[in-house]
Design a protein around this ligand. Structure first.
Ligand code: HPA
Ligand code: ZN
Length: 326
């Protein structure tokens, strides 16, 4: 398809990517072997067969189980390096990636192990693949405010290695307001913040993310479309939404790609970007997402360029750093 070739050749940035969600089944097995971890699955095929989700929680259960093979610095390095090599093939030149430290701290993996492994790969990606990066520490919203504050305190030694903070995991019943004080502190410390909101949770959670937590980006944001006033506010503020089409399909946020509201979002003036979220679990990386959209929706070349450009202007690169990509 001509449009696929066009967007493939276009420099791209990924703003919504959970590193632990790029853990491919083959690497789960390789790391289990290397680390002597016993898996409840007999084969890669058996593990892959478990990747059938009816909602966010069913995915998260498998996602947290999968990452149990990540124990050592080298594991976090291998995970991150594999992701960077993969998206390099897709024409991705800048990434802003999440990691979930609380999920590893709970298993006794020190923050230093996690961050040093991840950063070593990110710096190698910058040097050898020309991929610039930002690293985002994401709090788990199903855990308490106290746990988030404790994690923030532990992260203090690593502040120079972190660029911002995020909020992910089970959305329903865990509104942004639960973490208002945590993110106020992050902002006070000079960090950017970006919050998952409106994936499964209601439009009200997006309002909270905007007006109570003063977020710099919204991750997902699909359910904003249920509130015309919210659509208008997001459009006026040119708030970046990191939309994840294959994720939306796999977690049944949309029932079919043909029904994905991406074009409606663009037509409403929303600043939308395309991202892969958890590519090892949702069926593909950056170009797989674009390919699925192009096959399902009547997107124009102008709209595709707009999507790619939005990600650069919505990134945390400085205007000078963005310029060569626009
Ligand atoms: N939503 C919420 N939490 C997550 C996701 C997601 O799409 N991926 C990894 N953690
Ligand atoms: Zn996500």
């Amino acid at each position: 398809h001509k449009l696929v070739d066009l967007i493939a050749a276009c420099p791209k940035t990924e703003l919504h990517l959970h590193l632990e969600g790029s853990l491919e089944p083959a690497m789960v097995f390789a790391l289990a072997e290397r680390n002597g971890v016993i898996l409840p699955y007999a084969s890669v095929a058996e593990l892959q067969a478990a990747y059938q989700f009816n909602n966010l929680q069913e995915f998260l259960d498998v996602y947290y189980a999968g990452m149990s093979v990540l124990l050592h610095e080298a594991d976090f390095y291998d995970l991150t390096w594999a992701y960077l090599q993969r998206v390099h093939q897709d024409g991705v030149v800048h990434v802003e990636v999440f990691f979930d430290p609380q999920a590893h701290l709970e298993r006794g993996i020190p923050l230093a192990t996690q961050i040093h492994g991840i950063r070593r790969a990110l710096e190698q990606g910058q040097a050898e693949l020309g991929i610039s990066f930002r690293l985002i520490l994401s709090f788990l919203r199903h855990l308490s405010e106290e746990s988030a504050f404790a994690t923030l305190a532990q992260a203090e030694d690593f502040f120079p290695l972190i660029d911002g903070f995020g909020l992910d995991s089970s959305e329903k019943g865990h509104p942004p307001e639960k973490f208002a004080r945590v993110f106020a502190r992050c902002k006070e410390l000079g960090f950017k913040i970006t919050l998952h909101a409106g994936e499964e949770g209601p439009a009200d959670y997006v309002w909270q993310a905007l007006n109570l937590l003063h977020t710099d980006r919204i991750d997902h944001g699909n359910r904003s479309l249920e509130d015309p006033q919210l659509i208008q506010t997001l459009a006026e503020r040119q708030m970046t939404l990191t939309v994840c089409p294959l994720s939306n399909l796999k977690l049944r946020v949309v029932q079919q790609m043909e029904q994905h509201p991406l074009i409606q979002m663009l037509d409403s003036g929303l600043k939308v970007t395309i991202n892969s979220d958890d590519p090892a679990y949702f069926g593909g990386y950056m170009m797989d997402n674009y390919r699925a959209l192009i096959e399902a929706l009547p997107l124009t070349s102008e709209q595709l360029h707009q999507l790619a450009r939005n990600a650069f202007t919505g990134s945390w690169l400085s205007p000078e750093e963005q310029q060569p990509h626009l």
